[in-house]
Write a protein that binds this ligand. Structure first.
Ligand SMILES: *Cc1c(COP(=O)(O)O)cnc(C)c1O
Length: 359
């Protein structure tokens, strides 16, 4: 037993994936609360029959990229497919930084943004958000310049804050940092306002990339995300990604589903309606128990709450069969089905009444 792990591995913080227990109500992973419509699942299953299992997948996922591009009104030569946007996040960090170059992201933001730099030993600068959880474009620009950051990555709207940064501020960042690649992760943009997206701007800038995922619209099982960039950057990404990164089953099924635009748009619309209903209900409790609960304005498929004891609240919910994600000061609750939202509200009321009685 003489082998010692290097420091970065020994210090690696464990990631706790969401609990897969089917008996739990899952409001912890920002998945879509509903499965695809049964007829689409049926057609997807037939795709499997056509697969030549002994052959490698299409390395450039041509049909899939075209279907994704059509869904968002883009050109396929601006699109690279990834094994989840996770793979693409890792790729941006490993490929677009030379040894010692600085990466900048925000805090709080998506946990994967610091996971990959840690693995690649990349220096990280964190732009801290204030109590209202908004990101200051001015402060980001200033810190990116001061640290000579070569790569900037943040989510918009943000996970875990649920807050959106207006499009004009995003473009201000891109324009202020011409020698920095700015990667905007729009994993949740479908749940905000379409005109806040910078997806259509990639052709206008040398240094802008946008990440998208299929995980939040109901296809988390397939592991599929996309980078949208100008054709020059797309060529680079296609060259440096792992060759057969998207398996044939994912390519075929996702192509079928993305062409079925109305089914996906319907899932997104239902998700927005669920988040709105849950926001209204939680906002009413915020009024009644102002010291116990603060709700942030959500542009996503989840709500972010500030509470005095997030861990205690999450434990209380778990004892009632509901799983949410908690952070040191925040609780993140994924919009569920009508029934799931009701179960959450019942549990929230019980918790708040209990807390206020011994306050
Ligand atoms: C969920 C999420 C993703 C999606 O990752 P996949 O690997 O595509 O599932 C990307 N970015 C953010 C900010 C997310 O919350």
């Amino acid at each position: 037993m003489a082998y010692t792990l290097n420091e970065k591995l020994a210090a690696f913080p464990p990631y706790t994936p969401s609990d897969e227990d089917p008996k739990l109500i899952h409001m912890d992973a920002n998945e879509c609360a509903m499965n695809l419509p049964a007829d689409l699942v049926d057609r997807a299953s037939k795709e499997v029959l056509g697969v030549q299992f002994h052959r490698y997948p299409d390395a450039y996922a041509k049909d899939l990229r075209e279907a994704f591009a059509a869904f968002y009104g883009l050109s396929a030569d601006c699109v690279t497919a990834g094994n989840g946007s996770d793979e693409l996040i890792g790729l941006f960090i490993s490929a677009f930084l030379m040894k010692g170059e600085t990466f900048l992201t925000t805090e709080p933001d998506f946990s994967m943004y610091t996971f990959y730099p840690h693995l690649s030993e990349v220096p990280v600068v964190l732009v801290e958000k204030g109590e209202d959880l908004t990101l200051s474009a001015g402060s980001l620009i200033e810190q990116a310049k001061a640290s000579n950051a070569r790569l900037v990555l943040f989510s918009n709207p943000c996970n875990p804050t649920s807050v959106g940064l207006p499009r004009k501020d995003v473009l201000r960042i891109v324009e202020a940092l011409p020698d920095t690649l700015v990667v905007v992760d729009e994993a949740y943009m479908d749940f905000w306002e379409e005109d806040q997206s910078v997806l259509g701007e990639v052709g206008a800038y040398d240094n802008l990339a946008v990440l998208k995922t299929c995980s939040k619209m109901g296809l988390a099982a397939l592991r599929l995300g996309f980078a949208v960039t100008n054709p020059r950057l797309t060529q680079v990404l296609q060259t440096v990604k792992s060759v057969y990164n998207i398996n044939t089953l994912t390519q075929r099924i996702a192509t079928l589903v993305l062409r079925e635009e109305s089914a996906l748009r319907n899932q997104i619309a239902k998700t927005i309606a669920s988040r709105r209903a849950l926001s209204v209900a939680v906002a009413a409790r915020e009024k009644t128990f102002p010291g116990l609960l603060k709700l942030y304005p959500s542009c996503t498929n989840f709500l972010t709450l500030r509470m005095p004891d997030p861990k205690g609240f999450a434990g209380f919910l778990l004892s009632r069969g509901i799983s949410v994600r908690y952070f040191p000061q925040l609780v993140r609750v994924t919009a569920g089905t009508t029934k799931e939202n009701e179960a959450f509200m019942t549990a929230l009321d019980l918790y708040l009444e209990g807390e206020s009685s011994h306050a």
